[in-house]
Ligand binder design. Sequence first.
Ligand SMILES: Cc1ncc(C[n+]2csc(CCOP(=O)(O)OP(=O)(O)O)c2C)c(N)n1
Ligand SMILES: [Mg+2]
Length: 542
Amino acid sequence: MPATVGDRLIEAIRSSGCDRVFGVPGDFTLLLNHMLDQHPGFFVGAADEQGAGFAADAYARLRGIGVVMVTWGVGGLKLVNSTAQAWAESVPVVVISGAPGLAEREGNPLLHHKVKDFDTQMQVMRGVTEYAAYVHDAEAAPQQIAEAFAVAMRTSRPVYLEIPRDVVGLPCGPLPPVPPPHDAQPDPEVLEACLDDVQAALADAERPVMISGVLVARLGLQAEVDALARTAGYPVAETLLGKSSIGSDDPWFKGVYAGAASSDPEVRQLIEDSDCVLVLGAYITDLNTGLFTADIERADTVISHQGVTYVGVRGYEGVGVTHLVRGLVARLGATAPGRQPAPRVRPPFTPSPGAPLSAGALFQALRSRLGPGHTIIAEAGDSLMGSIDLRPEESGFLATAYYASLGYAVPAALGAGLARPDRRPVVIVGDGAFQMTGLELGGMARAGVHPVVVVINNDGYATERPMMDGAFNDVPRMRYAMFPHAMGSGTGVKVDTEEGFVAALDEALADDTQLRLVEAVTPRDDISPQLRSLTAELGKRV
Ligand SMILES: Cc1ncc(C[n+]2csc(CCOP(=O)(O)OP(=O)(O)O)c2C)c(N)n1
Ligand SMILES: [Mg+2]
């Protein structure tokens, strides 16, 4: 039997290093689903397409590529948000959509799931992906499939493949060789000049520091950044979106720098007092800069993106963060990391007897207990801002810290648990966000994922209340601790004191055989100090 388009697609997925496809089937994908079924456990069903998209996003953040497969229209259009997030936050997700067969389209009939035209979904997905192909010709299919995976890995952005169902079974040729996953090499003279300039800036500086951004994680540069820090002795801060791009137990790790919303005053002072800040692969977004309160002199800054590096105002085209970091490591003779830093002792938290639970105490308790062995997933809202000072291991923290879509954290636990089965997902999520995608917990046990889920029940949209309050910030009051019971797996408990929270958290962390949900009730108007300073600023703009 000659290989078919469907076979080639599966071959491309597997050879990319991805061993899961998240999705929801529909009649336009059933043949593909049937083919995937030849590999047991390969397809992981989600409750909703957006949940599948978020699970694939989390998987991709941890494994370098993720795949989501859905049906056309009703499925694909639900993936617009998760794919937009993947684009905004540089996550290589391959989105595959089934589609009506070529033969079914003759005469332009009103087929189910169709909106306006047969290419409506393609047009929409083009707007949120780096590469999009309509795979309707079996001869061109291998090239399109190979290119989609190559673009996703090279650019660290989402891509889109739409495959009519009667093309899936057509025979086709082999996948062409995939081009190397990294950027084109820069002009060697420009690279040398750039490295000279950066080295001179660093040598002249008395207090050089590094800021590690999201691309350090996405482009796999952690070992090089560690090597630079260890050899040259530069302290390292992270951005919020780049949180856990290096490990917080590394001795050179100093915290998260985000201007006025930094994790602590010391890290803010360290960065703002520096006379040479090496900013590696960071996006200068509002949330990364504490709403642009970051105060760093441009003249004292080396900032390196994908494909360009600036030393002060001097730009070096073609020198991306990968080239800069690798070039500096080579020049400084920095060695690859050989040893594991000793785990830092996390600041202990002792609950005050009888004290009602506050947001501040909740995050202190989490900080004292989370770290190695966990993938911490913090939802947008106070779950994220309050988590800024948690101490995850390298790549042990996931959050949509730029695009900030609520509903990410719970489905992300599915992807994270499967991508890194050696680490337990710990979800921190607000009550409002939980109502959006909390049902995805129902499929976790089936997939063998047993997260700890902390639902912060502060009676609504607390992040928005300081900016402008009204009944629109109230959400229906639900019994969050009852969800595991209703879903038929796991255990839930509701607590509203410091002692109760710590006891429930310890019990949850000690039992990794099942989903453990802790509903943590905090006062309605109580938010973390970081969120308070951010919303005070945001409120001025409403
Ligand atoms: C999908 C989506 N819809 C709306 C928003 C706007 N938004 C930002 S924070 C927030 C409130 C979140 O409430 P909750 O999840 O309870 O967390 P809390 O603010 O209480 O920490 C809302 C609605 C968003 N970021 N994402
Ligand atoms: Mg809330």
